[in-house]
Design a binder for this molecule. Structure first.
Ligand SMILES: Cc1cc2nc3c(=O)[nH]c(=O)nc-3n(C[C@H](O)[C@H](O)[C@H](O)COP(=O)(O)OP(=O)(O)OC[C@H]3O[C@@H](n4cnc5c(N)ncnc54)[C@H](O)[C@@H]3O)c2cc1C
Length: 439
């Protein structure tokens, strides 16, 4: 008899896994708090098109996507810019999030996945060491495996018993508070850069972008501390003074959301439970992109489930999912989380210096949502000695960069020593050591 799988929350990775499993005859139901028509945010997303193949999806019709525009990065004082230069064959695509969801849900329904919308999940149901179901507004439901795709603030993950050792919440500086809105485009105004990204804008830890589209101007304000609408509007006004295309009328979006920007979970499975997507913190830590990684993880999770011929879904059998995830993606993402920590430590003066002296170049800033490793971030070039010299001239910066190098080595070693077989004590010991590197 086929197993009963519950997907908690309609995250991208969860729905994609559901479709892959339903195709093989599993009984899969997705419980989602939103209604069908409110699935996804009212904005566009950028992701690697190759990841669609992992979950059995084709590139959509040309009318539904366009290739991403290169970004221009600015330092705090905005005196220097670094231009991305993504090769044509590596460009990501930009799609409306609602269209991504339409594509995913249509595929899942076609394969037999059931959806229960408007059913807010409150907590997991636990029996001994096992997650056996979820408590929802519409009642308790039980299953053989609960796939947690509820996102960064998942009530399933956050309410797991402490002794399951699944980290409940991101710590300080491990998630981004984001405000994003599309404003009207001021008629006749011309944007100097089509997609402008400001690092540590106004000296505040975080980023901001202003992207001039054909019909609107896309504003994103991201910080490591929460902020309110009044502060978002004040910041928008500051951007307006330097970006003439940014109008005052919100035409789309206008929401506050949170994105995990940290290493993936150190324990993402337990008996009857597996986390995926933002629930397992699978985003690229520096830029917060998580759609492609969720799709890649979906393929691994679905294959792991299918390999469990006894339908046990114990931590031991699900461990293969975490192991493969770390091998294929996590071991590249975790060192990037160290680079992210550096961004929270740099002063605006140091960042201005880095831009001015050409320490970072367009090669490094060509990091994309497809980037999952250090080789995507560090590039060797003939001017490396000159850049190195500029670093050592600034003692404080040198100290920070040495710290980063040391931490990266520790993270790379930790990822390569992840237990190959599941043994509770060994896994918890490994997870403790790995997490400790980031504290
Ligand atoms: C402003 C912004 C811009 C982004 N841009 C990009 C981008 O360009 N490219 C990219 O790759 N990524 C981007 N991301 C990140 C991306 O959204 C996520 O990494 C990706 O969607 C994977 O997250 P998820 O689907 O697992 O979780 P989520 O997108 O958070 O989805 C979780 C789902 O669970 C549901 N849910 C939550 N709580 C409950 C509950 N209690 N009960 C029932 N259902 C619940 C939610 O309604 C939602 O449907 C962006 C994120 C933000 C916030």
């Amino acid at each position: 008899m086929s197993a009963k799988i519950i997907v908690a929350g309609g995250g991208h990775g969860g729905i994609a896994t559901a479709a892959l499993l339903a195709e093989k005859g599993y009984d899969v139901t997705v419980y989602e708090k939103n209604s069908r028509e409110n699935m996804g945010y009212d904005w566009t997303d950028i992701f690697a098109p190759e990841s669609l193949k992992d979950v059995g999806l084709d590139l959509p019709d040309e009318s539904l996507f366009e290739y991403k525009t290169d970004m221009t990065f600015y330092s705090t004082d905005e005196r220097k810019a670094i231009y991305q230069d993504v090769p044509l064959d590596e460009r990501e695509i930009k799609m409306e999030r609602r269209d991504i969801y339409n594509m995913l849900i249509e595929k899942a329904e076609e394969k037999g996945v059931k959806f229960v919308y408007s059913s807010k999940i409150e907590a997991p149901i636990i029996d001994g060491t096992r997650v056996v179901g979820i408590k929802t507004e519409v009642g308790d439901v039980y299953g053989d495996l609960i796939i947690d795709a509820c996102g960064c603030e998942s009530p399933v993950r956050m309410n797991l018993p402490k002794n399951f050792r699944v980290q409940k919440s991101p710590l300080k500086n491990e998630k981004f508070y984001v405000y994003r809105a599309f404003y009207n485009k001021v008629e006749g105004a011309v944007a100097e850069d089509k997609y402008k990204v400001c690092l540590l804008p106004e000296g505040k830890t975080g980023i901001g972008w202003v992207a001039s589209e054909e019909k609107y101007t896309d504003l994103l304000i991201g910080r490591f501390e929460p902020f309110d609408l009044e502060e978002a509007e004040r910041t928008a006004e500051v951007y307006r003074s330097k970006n003439p295309t940014l109008g005052t009328e919100i035409v789309r979006g206008g929401q506050f959301v949170q994105i995990p920007v940290r290493r993936p979970l150190s324990v993402m499975v337990c008996d009857g439970y597996a986390a995926i997507g933002d629930s397992a913190f699978m985003t690229v830590p520096i830029i917060g992109s998580g759609i492609a990684n969720s799709f890649r993880a979906a393929k691994i999770l679905a294959e792991t489930v299918m390999n469990d011929f006894d339908n046990k879904y114990s931590a031991g059998t699900l461990w293969e999912y975490q192991l493969r995830f770390y091998k294929e993606l996590g071991s590249g993402l975790a060192p990037l989380a160290v680079v992210k920590i550096l961004l929270t430590k740099l002063t605006p003066e140091q960042l201005n210096y880095i831009f001015e002296k050409g320490i970072l170049t367009s090669k490094e800033m060509t990091i994309t949502a497809n980037s999952t490793g250090m080789s995507d971030f560090f590039h060797f070039s003939p001017d490396l000695p000159k850049r190195g010299l500029a670093i050592v001239k600034d003692k404080a910066l040198t100290k920070e960069l040495l710290w980063v190098a040391k931490k990266m080595v520790e993270v790379i070693i930790a990822c390569s020593t992840i237990p190959q077989e599941y043994n509770r004590a060994d896994v918890f010991k490994w997870a403790w050591k790995y997490d400790q590197i980031f504290r």
